[in-house]
Structures are given as C-alpha cells and as structure tokens.
Write a protein of this length. Structure first.
Length: 497
C-alpha cells in the first residue's frame, strides 16, 4: 500500500496493519434505528471480515509500516492460523518484534523479512524457539544480517528447508564442523560477495542440500567438490566472473547427482546455442541447462563439435593429428584439461576421419576445412521471399562475411543491411535461434550442423537506434528507482528510532 503523494507511512502494529488491509472501515454516521435496537450498517459485514481473518492462511503486510506486534495476544486472537507471512519492508529493526508476532502463530511455516535492517544481536529473544520451531522457509534478503547471526538463528530452526540470503554482502560462510541445518534443502546466496569455494565450508554440513544458488557473486573458478556435496542436484552460478571452460571440469566431479545447471556464457559475445555447445559435452550427467532440457540430439551434436575442437587444439599445440580411438599418444596434460575427451572419442570413434585424398597423418585443421555442412538459405525480406529456399553445401570454415556475400548474390540485399539468424533444431521440436553477428567467425564457431536453416532479415537501422536509446534510458531509470527505494527505506527505519 503506497501512501498518497509519497507521504511517509505511519508506524503501526501488526494487528493494525492487518485490519487496515483485510478489514473494511465502517463509517459512524451509518446508523439505522429499528424499534429499541440500534444497528450499525455494515456491522455484520465487518464481523464477517474479522471471522475471515481467523481463517487467513497467507498474509502480506509488506510495506504497511509494521513497527510492533501490538497488544499481548492480539495477533493470536485475530489471525491464529497464518501459515505464510510476508513482513518485508516493514519499520522494525529488532528481532523482538519478529518473535513477538511469530510466537502467536503456531502454524507458521513461511516467513519473509526482506528489506528490514535487522540488528546483529547474537542472542535472540527467549521466545525465538516457539516462534520459529515449525518454520520451513525463511527469507532474509537485503536485511544486512551477517552469517554469524544466521548461525545463532540455526538452533531455533530445527525444521528449516529453504533459506534465502540474497544481497547481504556476505563474503564467507564458515563453520566449525557443526551441523547447523540438518534438514536444509535449498540455499539462496544470490548477490553477495563470495570469492572462493573455500569460503563456503558450511556446505559440508548440509546433508540434505539439493539446490544451491550462487548467482551474482565473485567466483572466478570452480573447485572439485568434496564427498559431502553428494546430495546436490541443482546449481546456479550465473553472473559470476567464470570465463574458462576448464573450470567446468570440477563440476564433472559431481558425477551422478548434479542434474541442473544455470551459468552465464563463459566467453563474452557467445550466443546461448554456442554456450550450450561448450558446456554440454563437458558435463555428461546434466539433464537441464539454463532451464532448458538437453535432448539426445543436442548432446550428441555438442559432443561431436567438442571433439572437433579438441582435434584442432591437439594439432595446433602438440602437432598431433588424432584419428583413432586410442588416446595413448595424447599428452596427459591435454587429457587433464579435457577429461571428457577420451570417453567421447570411445563413444564417437574417429571424430575427424580422413577425407578422400587426406592421409591419416594429415593436419586435423585441413580435415576440418574439407568437411562440409549442408544448410538451407532463406530470405525473409519482402522483396526476395518469393525466390524460395536455397540449399548449399559449405565448408565448416566458411566465414559469415562470405556467407553474407552469398546471400547478396542470391537474394539481392546489400551486406550491410543484412541480419543473419541460424535456427538449429536440437531434437526437441524447438528451434534455437542464434544471430550470426561476427563476420570474421565461421560456421563451425556458431555450431552450424547439417539441416540448419539460416534466415536473412533486413535490418531496421532506425529501430535499432531507438531500441538502444530505450535500453539506455531504462537502465538509468532503474538505477534512479533503486536509489530512491534505498533512501525511502532508510528514512522509514530512522523514523522508528
């Protein structure tokens, strides 16, 4: 509930906030006289509303100015059956207010305290045990709560299954081997300042943890997990400065358990299709990547592309043209950096077979250059759509610049007005679009395989300029709003002190 004209929100008790949001006001002048009995119009409705409060299971008084629990027992008499409670962006900064409210809600299983500047006391109120004993999900995003206080909270949260700690500037989550949260299944640490996996020793004491979210931290690499991580099946590490594919090798050590991964492209400028081609072959146990299921066709295509890339690297770095399923001549250093190479060579025997006229000892780069890919060229420009599709067999090393010249020859649109989009079907019936925006790259760089359709669109230069200006303005507006929200919350907190 936003106050009119940005007026400050008046502090109120939880009971007052709940009544204000869930119970209608009654005007005093609406009175009807009937015989000797005086009845207020709407009184039956208001009584019905209060009765409904008694049945409420999910309540949100977010940004309603809650600063206290109210009179003793008032919360319990008004709404004793609340299961999910949102107290985010309130006006208290003391755990005593939180426990005074929650100790009256014996069925409480979900609590959101986000955007409250809670004090960092390591000694919680005496009623904390009964306040949180049945809590299964706790959200402490943007509360400035330090990890040491989370440790203090742990003893009062025996049934906790989800813990959200976004945007709290945390750098380390140490533990002395104590099992803090034996039932915890989901931990969200998005937007903190964690720089090393060595700072996450708490993970070793969470036997039931299956989902870990570490987006927007400062992790630059991935370490091989310890045996105690064996329950982890879902990991999110998007928007971390991880830039080398070899960092993914450590994730392969998760073996069977890890099935879902969210991660940003490891190389700036890569499309989602290219990024998936880089990641999928290195993690054979994955089922979904960035929320999209990995189909058998996508897995097979990406593995073959990975093997071709490895063959090129072997030739460039070690002068080895590898054309057999025997990896005994492959340097151990290379196999250490590419642990999936040998298993995939065995699976897809002879990833770069010698072409006609190419001897087995020839250059892998030459073999790659002689390989061809059959693609369909299609114009979606109004003036040339009627010319129909054109099938071409092109070398894997054919550059996008040459491809644009070919499109101009076939369909008549100047190169600088073209936008080329490749549509790759990974076998799930869904086309994955990838814009071919680097003229110096070739077809193999964009993971173009047989059957790919490459579309030519006409660029709208004016629309592109407008969109760029819109995005810039949108980003500036977002930053301004974030600054206003932060200042508004600080003003609210100061007004209660």
């Amino acid at each position: 509930m936003e106050p009119p004209n940005n007026a400050p929100i008046n502090p109120k008790s939880f009971a007052e906030a709940l009544k204000g949001k869930y119970v209608d006001d009654v005007e005093d002048e609406d009175i009807v006289v009937s015989g000797k009995r005086v009845e207020m119009v709407g009184m039956s409705a208001i009584q019905s509303k209060f009765a409904m409060c008694n049945k409420l299971r999910t309540v949100s008084v977010r940004s309603e100015g809650v600063s206290s629990a109210g009179d003793p027992g008032e919360v319990k008499s008004l709404c004793p059956n609340i299961v999910e409670l949102d107290l985010a962006s309130s006006m208290f900064h003391d755990w005593q207010v939180v426990t005074d409210i929650c100790c009256q809600l014996t069925a409480l299983a979900f609590l959101d305290l986000s955007c409250n500047a809670l004090n960092a006391s390591l000694v919680l109120p005496e009623n904390a045990n009964i306040s949180f004993c049945k809590l299964k999900r706790l959200v402490l995003n943007k509360t400035q709560v330090p990890w040491i206080q989370v440790e203090a909270l742990a003893q009062h949260l025996p049934q906790l299954e989800e813990l959200h700690l976004e945007s709290n500037r945390m750098t380390k989550l140490p533990t002395e081997g104590r099992m803090l949260f034996p039932t915890l299944q989901v931990m969200n640490l998005t937007d903190n300042a964690i720089t090393s996996w060595d700072d996450l020793t708490v993970l070793e004491t969470l036997p039931q943890l299956h989902t870990l979210v570490l987006n927007q931290n400062k992790l630059s690499t991935i370490i091989t997990p310890k045996d105690t991580y064996t329950s982890l099946t879902s990991l999110s590490i998007a928007e971390n400065p991880i830039s080398e594919a070899v960092a993914l090798n450590a994730l392969g050590a998760f073996l069977g358990p890890l099935q879902s991964l969210r991660i940003s492209p490891l190389v700036e400028g890569l499309s989602s299709v290219q990024s998936r081609m880089m990641i999928v072959p290195r993690l054979p146990q994955l089922v979904t990547l960035n929320g999209s299921k990995i189909t058998p066709k996508e897995r097979s295509d990406s593995q073959k592309h990975y093997l071709k890339t490895c063959a090129q690297q072997l030739t460039a770095q070690y002068s080895i043209a590898h054309h057999t399923d025997d990896c005994s001549d492959v340097p151990a250093e290379f196999l250490d950096c590419n642990p999936q190479y040998a298993p995939l060579v065995a699976k897809h025997f002879n990833p770069l077979p010698p072409s006609d006229g190419t001897q087995a000892g020839g250059s892998a780069q030459q073999a790659m250059g002689m390989q061809t890919t059959t693609v369909t060229l299609r114009s979606l420009v109004a003036t040339s759509m009627t010319k129909g599709d054109k099938q071409k067999k092109l070398p894997a090393t054919y550059t996008i610049a040459k491809l644009k010249v070919m499109f101009q020859t076939l369909f008549g649109l100047e190169v600088d007005r073209q936008k080329l989009v490749a549509r790759l079907n990974s076998g799930d019936g869904i086309d994955h679009a990838s814009e071919l925006n680097d003229e110096f790259s070739d077809l193999q760089f964009y993971c173009i395989t047989d059957g790919t359709v490459i579309e030519m669109h006409e660029r709208d230069l004016e629309a592109e300029a407008r969109e760029e200006a819109r995005k810039k303005q949108e980003q500036e507006d977002k930053m301004q709003q974030q600054m206003k929200d932060a200042q508004k919350h600080m003003d609210m907190v100061r007004s209660t002190r």
